[in-house]
Design a protein around this ligand. Structure first.
Ligand code: PEP
Length: 254
């Protein structure tokens, strides 16, 4: 599709602040002048401010791993879209499968979070994907369509253009099992088709669709070579600088 690959690392609940800062510094040094790719990292909330300072001027963007759907209020322990924006985020993961499955987040809550993120100019990385059961029962497309429809309900065309969609089959996250490039591309095509039907071809083509699920240096090239895969969302392999850099390198050479 002629887009620069967009590679994002999701650190989840890993690393110390010192390790994260060191990682961000080295990442910036290694990517200096590398214009053929876009890169981002999603550190834990409490690292955001420090890492944002390190990333300044590097061209590497920073995302939060979550936000609440409300901008402020009595939500003990939660973090708002404005807070992560103030800490330097341009992006935010919304609807990650760990949030859906471990913390019971449902489509309507995810939809509200996407709207809130957009309202403060944070770009959502909207995660969707089927479980192993759903795939085995032949319900992958049904599930993905339902997540898209519910997650994007009431969001207008202009806002949809701001989104990144991450297709992350739940059975491939943190399991070492990657969807084959063909399996991933088939679902990506389906997502692109959905966006075309709902918002038109131009918007559908401009939306980045990332693949996520046990991405590693060894499978990056094949995945990114797929026509409908515009980028990658990387979990486990993004917390080691060496493997994240190898993924970025492999995605840059096409
Ligand atoms: C993720 O957390 O979004 C993810 C894809 O994890 P992993 O790469 O470890 O499967």
């Amino acid at each position: 599709m002629g887009k620069k690959p967009f590679i994002v690392g999701n650190w989840k609940m890993n690393l110390t602040l010192a390790e994260g800062v060191e990682f961000a510094k080295s990442l910036g040094n290694n990517l200096h002048g590398k214009n053929e790719i876009m890169c981002g990292i999603c550190p834990p909330f409490i690292f955001l401010k420090d890492i944002s300072k390190v990333l300044e001027g590097s061209g590497i963007c920073m995302g939060a791993q979550n936000i609440h759907s409300e901008i402020n209020g009595a939500y003990t322990g939660e973090i708002s879209a404005l807070m992560v924006k103030e800490a330097g985020c341009t992006h935010v993961l919304i609807g990650h499968s760990e949030r859906r499955h471990l913390f019971g987040e449902i489509d309507s809550f995810i939809n509200a979070k996407i709207k809130t993120a957009l309202s403060v100019n944070l770009k959502p990385i909207f995660c969707i994907g089927e479980t192993l059961n759903e795939r085995e029962e032949g319900r992958t497309k049904y599930v993905v369509k339902k997540q898209l429809k519910n997650g994007l309900m009431g969001i207008d065309n202009k806002c949809v253009e701001e989104l990144v969609i991450a297709y992350e089959p739940v059975w491939a996250i943190g399991t070492g099992k990657t969807a084959s490039p063909e399996q991933a591309n088939e679902v990506h095509s389906f997502i692109r088709g959905f966006l075309t039907d709902e918002y038109g071809k131009d918007i559908a083509n401009s939306v980045y669709i990332q693949y996520g699920g046990s991405v590693k240096p060894e499978n990056t090239k094949e995945l990114i070579a797929q026509t409908e895969i515009d980028g990658l969302l990387v979990g486990g392999a993004s917390i080691k600088l060496e493997s994240f850099l190898k993924i970025i390198d492999a995605a840059s050479i096409q």
